[in-house]
Write a protein that binds this ligand. Structure first.
Ligand SMILES: C[S@@+](CC[C@H](N)C(=O)[O-])C[C@H]1O[C@@H](n2cnc3c(N)ncnc32)[C@H](O)[C@@H]1O
Length: 269
């Protein structure tokens, strides 16, 4: 497609109020549009598919806090200097998003078991992080840890940096589409929690390029063992996703099964 034509369709899409409200990185919309246009007879159909994918990527149905209220809730808790108050405030905020709400019941053992395999990371990446950085008080890591967090949702990233500052961590959260621009930070461990299966819906097979590009020793890929409704067992499907992604690569994989989350501890070679 001619560059001018692509640009005019892209600008038309960006000009709609809905996209201005979403305030997503331009790179995400460009990427989606570029991949969809060749698959459709008309640009209208391509735009319809981009809209559908964006809805799945942002997933408003998973929950979203009121960030101004959440920020003051954290400030009040940190002002007390009491670690139980801080954990209490984090717990109530983590409960506002489905992925972290499900993790709450296993938090006490979650990082213990994972870091007993990887060792304690000094440089940590959390890809498509959502609210998960608020689980830092359960990680048992010092505040000298370099904790890089990535998400495409601007208000969420600003809020995570606010939390990082209160927690005494460097504010290393940034707005970045990790599929368009895989992080190049050299690190010990990268989390990719509850998102790889959704990445596959955005673009089949895209996990492989991301996992290969990461400059880390371990990638912890977590996936839900059951559907959101709880009716379908997804364990075999998730194993298949990981083994397809790693086909032909001699990386090692250990599976750590929690009640409602399965984690593949992948060591890159
Ligand atoms: C289902 S939530 C998972 C949150 C977190 N990983 C967890 O398990 O608690 C998905 C998050 O990933 C973000 N996201 C989706 N696609 C992304 C991408 N390509 N790059 C960076 N962030 C992305 C969304 O904005 C959302 O906050």
């Amino acid at each position: 497609m001619a560059e001018n034509l692509f640009e005019s369709i892209f600008q038309e899409l960006m000009a709609t109020r809905k996209y201005q409200e979403m305030d997503l990185p331009e790179a995400t919309i460009r990427d989606l549009l570029m991949k969809e246009l060749p698959n459709h007879r008309s640009s209208k159909d391509a735009i319809k598919e981009v809209r559908k994918k964006l809805h799945n990527i942002i997933a408003p149905y998973l929950g979203n806090p009121d960030y101004a209220a959440a920020a003051s809730q954290l400030e009040i808790a940190f002002r007390t200097g009491n670690s139980q108050e801080i954990k209490g405030a984090c717990t109530s905020l983590l409960a506002l998003h489905a992925s972290t709400r499900e993790r709450l019941q296993i938090l006490e053992e979650f990082y213990n078991r994972l870091f007993s395999i990887t060792g304690q990371p000094q440089i940590l990446l959390d890809l498509a992080c959502g609210l998960n950085p608020l689980t830092f008080p359960w990680m048992g890591l010092p505040t000298s840890t370099c904790f890089h967090a990535y998400d495409i949702h601007r208000p969420r990233v600003a809020f995570i940096n606010h939390f990082f500052r209160l927690q005494g961590l460097a504010p290393l959260a940034c707005v970045q589409d990790v599929l368009v621009e895989p992080p190049q930070v050299e690190g010990d461990v990268a989390f990719l929690f509850k998102e790889a299966h959704r990445f596959e819906q955005r673009q089949k097979g895209c996990n492989r390029a991301l996992w290969q590009a990461l400059q880390v020793r371990y990638i912890l890929v977590s996936l839900p063992p059951r559907s959101l409704s709880g009716h379908h067992n997804l364990v075999e499907r998730q194993r298949q996703l990981v083994s397809n992604t790693l086909e032909g690569l001699d990386w090692t994989v250990q599976e750590v099964l929690f009640d409602n989350e399965m984690v593949f501890v992948i060591e890159k070679r």
